[in-house]
Ligand binder design. Structure first.
Ligand code: XUL
Length: 526
């Protein structure tokens, strides 16, 4: 019998599944259900519900429930050997919260396979919709919690991140203030990850240390609920929070609902879910300190594992628990590929000519600096956006193309220094990673080899690998993480780009100029 493991990913726009065969090291099945297309009756837009307030962004949890039923139906119809699945885990978009009432626990325990999951669970919510990570309506609550805990530095040291609008604590506080009755009716608050895990396990599931760290409620060092943060967030909150557990925790067997309805192995283990970023850490094989992933998407993210818990006292970056029991960091730079595209369009170029401009210009750009904050920036915090040029001629298209990419890479180097982890190998992923000249600048500025990795469902894969790791441990045959991920997370062969020594020397100097110019620009804005 094959040893199969299922990883699910409940993301903003879709629910995905990956099944891996641990013996052949193959992904044997992949599927994805797009929420807008598959469930138009929820009237979501990219999986979200909008209101008249553009800062408020929610999703309907019943949609996720219906999607879980539909995905299992698809897997059954497509002949997935569900009877051979030994364990299931999952990944959830981080920070989003689901508010369950006093009927939830019983309903989860007694899921009736003769009815749909939606029918089983439709009366279990104390709040119809779930605020998700895109919601930025809690600035007031962020300030209140930050003040109660003694300022940015204190919050960061306590919870791993400054208070952020999308984080769960500020969202809970807002709900408790705006709808005290709904809050009162709430018996248990779940994250997207623990909510989905609750359905699979047939009971209120715990929250893992990875996703728990995205709430501004967990003591990042002790990995327990932080009494001060809980108190500063909302009244009686402690009672409404489930247990915090390590990411490898087996919750129990999967609910009989799934065995009876879809033929899932009734002995399959339900493993606690985690957030999409901690799951991607595993799905990209970032198991050692110094292995860093840089995702070049609309925004850029920089993430990697940390052995020792360092926090960013400026309050820009985040620290989450890693599924390995270590820590991980996540730093989001909002002005990513979209900003590069703005420069491309400004000079009427296409990507080929943009890349040609990068290869025809010299590292360091003759000391010219560009600060590319087209949109309000997260890292560093920029509330008044705008493009700024220092010693840079706006008529020189090629120098502007280079200045753009150098600035993004220097910003990553500067604003990841707090981790005290020197990158040894960078894995570049996301749409922008096909541009080799961009990766050369990345390698030169960060003084580190860069390889490309293309795993489109890294979060779902990470979840499947986490399920396999937890299963082996439970079966009394614990395996090293390296053994679990071997063969699943390899970079694209031959894609490695080495740093150029001369260019590295140029950037080691230029980074100081960049830091000074950035500081001056920020001082002028604030
Ligand atoms: C991380 C974050 C997003 C969500 C959705 O802090 O907000 O990455 O996890 O993917």
């Amino acid at each position: 019998m094959a040893r199969l493991f299922l990883g699910l990913d409940s993301s903003t726009q879709s629910l995905s599944a990956i099944v891996i065969d641990l013996d052949t090291r193959q992904v044997v099945y992949e599927a994805s259900l797009n929420f807008d297309k598959t469930f138009p009756h929820y009237k979501t837009n990219n999986g979200t519900l909008r209101s008249s307030d553009p800062l408020v962004i929610h999703s309907p949890p019943l949609l996720w429930v219906e999607a879980l039923d539909a995905l299992f139906t698809t897997m059954k119809n497509e002949g997935v050997a569900l009877g051979d699945i030994l364990a299931i885990s999952g990944s959830g978009q981080q920070h989003g919260s689901v508010y369950l009432n006093n009927r939830a626990e019983e309903a989860l325990k007694n899921l009736n396979p003769a009815r749909s999951l939606k029918d089983n669970l439709k009366h279990c919510f104390a709040r119809e919709t779930a605020p998700i990570w895109m919601d930025s309506s809690t600035t007031v609550e962020c300030a209140e919690i930050r003040r109660a805990l003694g300022g940015v530095k204190k919050v960061v040291q306590a919870t791993g991140s400054d208070t952020f609008e999308r984080f769960t604590g500020p969202q809970i506080r807002k709900f408790s203030k705006r709808d005290p009755d709904g809050y009162e009716e709430t018996v248990s608050i779940a994250l997207v990850s623990s909510f989905m895990a609750s359905i699979l396990a047939g009971r209120i599931a715990p929250i893992d240390h990875g996703d728990g760290a995205g709430m501004n409620l967990m003591d990042i060092k002790k990995r327990v609920w932080h009494a001060g943060a809980v108190k500063a967030t909302a009244k009686d909150l402690r009672k409404k929070l489930p247990a915090l557990v390590e990411s490898g925790k087996v919750i129990g067997k999967v609910s009989p609902y799934f065995a009876q309805k879809f033929g899932l192995n009734p002995g399959a283990l339900a493993v606690v879910w985690s957030g999409d970023n901690p799951c991607s850490l595993i799905g990209l094989g970032l198991l050692e300190e110094g292995l860093i992933a840089i995702s070049l998407g609309t925004s850029y993210t920089y993430f990697g594992l940390m052995k020792r818990c360092q926090t960013d006292e400026r309050g820009e970056g985040h620290v989450f628990g890693a599924p390995t029991g270590d820590y991980m960091t996540l730093i989001c730079f909002k002005n990513g590929s979209l900003a590069r595209e703005r420069i491309r369009d400004m000079y009427s170029l296409d990507w080929d000519s943009y890349n040609a401009a990068l290869t025809s210009t010299k590292p360091g750009n003759g000391g010219a600096i560009l600060l590319p904050w087209f949109e309000p920036e997260i890292v560093p915090r920029v509330t008044r956006p705008g493009l700024r040029r220092i010693n840079l001629d706006d008529r020189d298209a090629a120098a502007n193309c280079r200045g753009m990419v150098e600035a993004q890479m220097m910003s990553m180097r500067l604003h990841s220094a707090w981790m005290k982890v020197k990158p040894r190998q960078i894995l570049a992923t996301g749409g922008g990673s096909v541009n080799v000249p961009v990766l050369q600048i990345m390698a030169d500025v960060l003084n580190c080899p860069v390889a490309r990795i293309e795993i489109s469902k890294s979060a779902a894969l990470g979840a499947a690998l986490r399920a396999a790791h937890a299963y082996c441990k439970q079966a009394g045959k614990p395996a090293k993480w390296k053994e679990i991920v071997a063969g699943f997370t390899d970079p694209i062969p031959g894609s490695e780009i080495k740093p150029n020594k001369k260019a590295v020397a140029v950037y080691n100097k230029l980074i100081k100029t960049y830091a000074k110019d950035e500081q001056a620009a920020l001082a002028a804005i604030r």
